[in-house]
Design a protein around this ligand. Structure first.
Ligand SMILES: *Cc1c(COP(=O)(O)O)cnc(C)c1O
Length: 342
């Protein structure tokens, strides 16, 4: 079996999750008649402390619909330079919403209230109005970075005072919750909209759930249809999400433990530099420049030994822990990495 550290999207539904899928009650989701989808939406709305929630086919659609609802074409939005909305959604904010993205140079994905303040602009005859702030919790390409609650509140407060909407990309929000002990609703309170991904470390095969005010979700539902994301008997996939929220949240702590072990072990290999030697959550970034071995060759070599990791750019390598990676797998991956870099 491949030890797949490429991403926490690699998880496969467990046997128990597959049973939940098989037994799901279903109905027409487009008409609001799928009881399992409705249950999932209620669970996430309660968890994130919002009035309503909407099940969507992907996390990307959660971000793209939220941006669409919060902005008008020609607006500017603020995000970190490494934000998923900017770099990994195929130009979605420009394509769907016609917005400019103002990039902040954060520290591993986290920026400061001062940086937000400097990027604000009410707009004029010549200048695009800045109308939305996007925050990512945890920050993927920052290295699974955890935003402290105070800092998250502070950046959102600056935005809110200037009349901007605030959006939380919570693809790995529950990793942040488990790592910090702060409730999801606390992280979401400063944000008008927030979502979590079911298909990352939670281990479900498909989907994300976007939450916000009742009025926000009414509009989001319309865009869901426009974007072609409205489904029919979607309880089949929503059941996996319900199962994941009931059974796979607390165990994220194991993934974090495994990431710390991975970071420590990689850091002990001569020539390897770990960017985040003490990962807060489940993502480790490192480079192997000091070994003289090319990253692509390293990835090929470990793959032949049954271990997969990813390259994010020409030098940055990434390893992500998740439900399908056990403590023994981490040791095996380290042994393989050590041998291939010797
Ligand atoms: C994976 C990811 C997304 C997109 O989610 P998909 O379900 O893969 O579309 C958005 N934001 C972040 C931070 C992610 O890691």
């Amino acid at each position: 079996m491949l030890i797949d550290l490429y991403s926490d999207t690699a998880t496969r539904p467990t046997a128990a999750m597959r049973r939940a899928i098989a037994e799901a009650e279903v109905g027409d989701e487009q008409k609001g008649e799928d009881p399992t989808v409705n249950r999932l939406q209620e669970m996430v709305a309660a968890l994130l402390g919002k009035e309503a929630a909407l099940f969507l086919p992907s996390g990307t659609m959660c971000n793209e619909i939220a941006i669409k609802v919060h902005t008008r074409p020609g607006d500017a939005i603020i995000a970190d330079r490494l934000a998923h909305v900017f770099g990994s959604e195929a130009g979605g904010p420009a394509f769907h919403s016609g917005v400019l993205v103002k990039l902040l140079d954060g520290e591993r994905g986290r920026f400061t209230p001062e940086q937000v303040a400097a990027a604000l602009d009410p707009g004029s005859a010549h200048v695009a109005p800045t109308t939305l702030l996007c925050v990512e919790q945890t920050h993927n390409f920052g290295g699974g970075t955890l935003w402290p609650l105070d800092q998250l509140r502070a950046v959102c407060e600056v935005a809110r005072r200037a009349g901007l909407a605030t959006h939380l990309d919570g693809a790995r929000l529950l990793n942040a919750v488990v790592a910090s002990g702060v409730a999801a609703r606390e992280f979401c309170a400063p944000c008008d909209s927030a979502w979590l991904d079911l298909s990352k470390g939670l281990g479900a095969p498909v989907g994300g759930v976007l939450a916000g005010s009742a009025a926000f979700i009414t509009e989001a539902r319309r865009y869901k249809h426009i974007f072609g994301g409205a489904m029919r008997q979607a309880g089949i996939i929503a059941a996996a999400g319900v199962y994941a929220l009931e059974h796979h949240v607390a165990r994220l702590a194991e993934d974090h433990e495994h990431a710390r072990r991975l970071a420590a072990g990689l850091g002990d290999i001569p020539g390897v530099t770990v960017e985040n030697p003490e990962p807060e959550t489940n993502i480790v970034f490192f480079d192997i420049a000091g070994t003289g071995i090319a990253p692509a060759e390293f990835l090929d070599r470990i793959k032949t030994r049954g271990v997969r990791m990813g390259a994010m750019g020409p030098r940055r390598l990434r390893a992500v822990t998740h439900l399908d990676v056990g403590a023994g797998d981490v040791e095996t991956a380290l042994t393989v990495a050590r041998e291939m870099l010797a």
